[in-house]
Structures are given as structure tokens and as C-alpha cells.
Design a protein around this ligand. Structure first.
Ligand code: S3P
Length: 162
């Protein structure tokens, strides 16, 4: 199962909860990227830029798909053509788009130094969010609102699994 959605939508938290409830391995793509790149995410952005980050992210995604785990992606994975195509080709893993109103998302991510693209002026982040929405929807098998408790969100996702 793959969880996609904007920064702050709860991908990591929900994946963790699903992992416990389903007794399945959970992998956070943002934890794999620093291992491949040899440095933390903010340092990759600062030293090599976003384009390099997206390529590391793609490599990380490729390396974990075969594990059939619960995968929490990073919010921008849909913006890189190679990663988007890889996710689009998946037929054996359901993709859930976790969403919440933009203001809720922004209040969770602003001033987070670990998120270089979230820690910006609100209008810049809003534009980023708007530019990604269609991509999340196009990739998702289901859209799930995360404006409720973690347990209820996880329960809703589980109810949609075969
Ligand atoms: C990013 C989201 C982050 C992380 C990186 C870039 C983005 O992941 O991959 O900072 O472009 O939206 P989260 O969605 O887990 O915060």
C-alpha cells in the first residue's frame, strides 16, 4: 500500500498506525533518501538542489517497491516524471491520497526546518499544493480525508482493502 499526499497530511503517522493494525512493515521514503544520498534531506536541498533530491527520491522509491510494505511517500514524489510513472504503473498496490484542507496542512508544516519546501511563505506553499492536487488525484485509487483521528483514518483505509 502506498500513501501519497501533501506535506503535513499525516502519511508517516497513518502508515505507522496501519503497520501496527495490519502487522505489516512500514517504510517511510524520507528515511530511505538520506541513506542513498549520504546526507539529511535539508542538506540535499541546500547542497545539490531539488532536482538532485528528486532523483534520489526516485531511486529510493525503486529500491523499496518490491518489499510490499506500507509505504509513506514524500509530498513531492508526484512532481518527478520518473517517480510518477513508476507509481502509475503499480497495479498490485493500492494508492491512497491523504488529504486535508490546505490551512490545516500549512499549520502543521510551517516553521519545520526539516521541510525546505514547506517552510516558506504561505502563498508559495499554497501554489505548490494547488499544482500537485491533480497529480495526487490521478494516481490515487482512493482519496481519504485526514481531518479526523489517526485511528479513524486508518480504519477507513483498512475498510477499503480487499
Ligand atoms: C517534500 C516533502 C517531504 C520531503 C521533502 C520534499 C515535498 O516529505 O520529501 O522535504 O516536496 O513536498 P513529507 O511529505 O513527508 O513532509
Amino acid at each position: 500500500m502506498i500513501l501519497i499526499g501533501f506535506m503535513g497530511c499525516g502519511k508517516t503517522t497513518i502508515a505507522h498506525e496501519l503497520g501496527i493494525q495490519l502487522n505489516k512493515k512500514t517504510i517511510d521514503l524520507d528515511d530511505v533518501i538520506p541513506k542513498i544520498a549520504g546526507q539529511p534531506i535539508p542538506d540535499i536541498f541546500a547542497a545539490e538542489g531539488e532536482a538532485a533530491f528528486r532523483e534520489y527520491e526516485f531511486q529510493a522509491l525503486q529500491s523499496i517497491l518490491k518489499e510490499n510494505a506500507i509505504i509513506a511517500t514524500g509530498g513531492g514524489v508526484v512532481t518527478y516524471e520518473k517517480s510518477y510513472a513508476l507509481l502509475k504503473e503499480l497495479t498490485d498496490m493500492p494508492v491512497f491520497f491523504l488529504n486535508a484542507p490546505f490551512d490545516d496542512l500549512y499549520s502543521r508544516i510551517q516553521e519545520d526546518d526539516n521541510r525546505p519546501l514547506g517552510n516558506q511563505d504561505i502563498e508559495k506553499v499554497r501554489a505548490l499544493y494547488n499544482s500537485r492536487l491533480d497529480k495526487y488525484s490521478a494516481l490515487a485509487d482512493r482519496e481519504i480525508s485526514t481531518s479526523k483521528t489517526v485511528a479513524d483514518t486508518a480504519a477507513e483505509i483498512i475498510s477499503y482493502m480487499d
